[in-house]
Design a protein around this ligand. Structure first.
Ligand code: C2E
Ligand code: MG
Ligand code: MG
Ligand code: MG
Length: 286
């Protein structure tokens, strides 16, 4: 092809922008009502102790399958749903589905009584004045003890509308719900600032875990985050562990918990339970 002149390039860029804009609108349109049309599902990824490799709980992650557009990754549709407000419907659906699932697992004795399920919560949800109350009401209605649920909020989520979020977090923490900071180290919050919020867990972002083996600085950072977090009374978990060497290094630097493809990918409920059953220590019923 001959090189484009500047006019052609401009027209090319414009049509590219139009295409992206069209795609976004199409997705935005498809998003509306996805929960009601049964297009959403949850997958579950285990959280393990890095030493003894015991499963202590799981994180519920949202999946969206559109009949025509196919499967769309959360990286694409979650930010869009946050922008449109659809995340509020999705969030309700996620909580109801995850808690119902957990109730069922517990009733069948399929998970231990201290098995803890984590659900991701978007900033918009936290800014709802009745968020904590509705969540606690849900747990009570399903007969679930508060210690078996925790929420994960991203650093940026904790910076937005701090006052409203603070009230909701306080109410949840007072009720015994664990609150974790997701993707820690990617935002601008300091541990000192986070200490002013009623948080219980820091999740070290995958970015640090990825470079652990080859990069002494990443190792240094992960070690420092772990020490500081422990010193401030937070629990610590690392996400995105893909290699045994990473798990070993993290454990050696004092990080007790981990999550990642090394142990298991996020799995549909039935597959997760089968995986969980296979992990059970012989002689100890799960
Ligand atoms: P997140 O909460 O930090 O979840 C971790 C993401 O890393 C998940 O991507 C998970 O599938 C992926 N992951 C886990 N282990 C590994 C690993 O070893 N290697 C690699 N490369 N990736 C790993 P996923 O499921 O695509 O979710 C992406 C993000 O979307 C989540 O990040 C979370 O911020 C958001 N999200 C997912 N479900 C929900 C939800 O129900 N509500 C809200 N508000 N956000 C959600
Ligand atoms: Mg998370
Ligand atoms: Mg994360
Ligand atoms: Mg992440």
């Amino acid at each position: 092809l001959p090189p484009m002149d500047s006019g052609q390039r401009l027209r090319h860029h414009c049509s590219e922008l139009e295409r992206l804009q069209r795609e976004r609108l199409q997705l935005q349109h498809a998003l509306r009502g996805a929960a009601g049309r049964n297009e959403l599902s949850l997958v579950y990824q285990p959280k393990l102790t890095l030493g003894s490799r015991e499963t202590v709980g799981a994180e519920a992650l949202l999946r969206w399958h559109h009949p025509r557009l196919g499967t769309i990754s959360p990286g694409r549709f979650i930010p869009l749903a946050e922008a449109t407000g659809d995340i509020l419907d999705f969030g309700d659906w996620v909580l109801e589905t995850a808690l119902t699932q957990l109730g069922e697992w517990r009733a069948r004795g399929a998970v231990t009584s201290d098995f803890s399920l984590a659900v991701n919560v978007a900033p918009r949800q936290l800014c709802r004045p009745d968020f904590a109350e509705a969540l606690l009401g849900r747990l009570d209605r399903l007969g679930l003890p508060h210690h078996c649920l925790s929420i994960e909020v991203t650093e940026s989520g904790l910076m937005a509308d701090v006052d409203q979020a603070r009230r909701q977090l306080r109410a949840l923490a007072d009720a015994g719900i664990g609150i974790g900071v997701d993707d820690f180290g990617t935002g601008y919050s300091s541990l000192a600032y986070l200490k002013t919020l009623p948080l219980s867990l820091i999740k070290i972002d995958r970015a640090f875990v990825m470079d652990l083996v080859d990069d002494p600085e990443a190792r240094h950072l992960a070690t420092t985050i772990t020490r500081l977090a422990h010193g401030l009374g937070f629990e610590v978990i690392a996400e995105g562990i893909e290699e045994e060497a990473q798990a070993r290094l993290l454990e050696a630097m004092g990080c007790p918990l981990g999550q990642g493809y090394l142990f298991a990918r996020p799995l549909p409920a039935a597959d997760f339970l089968a995986w969980y059953g296979r992990q059970a220590v012989p002689g100890h019923a799960p």
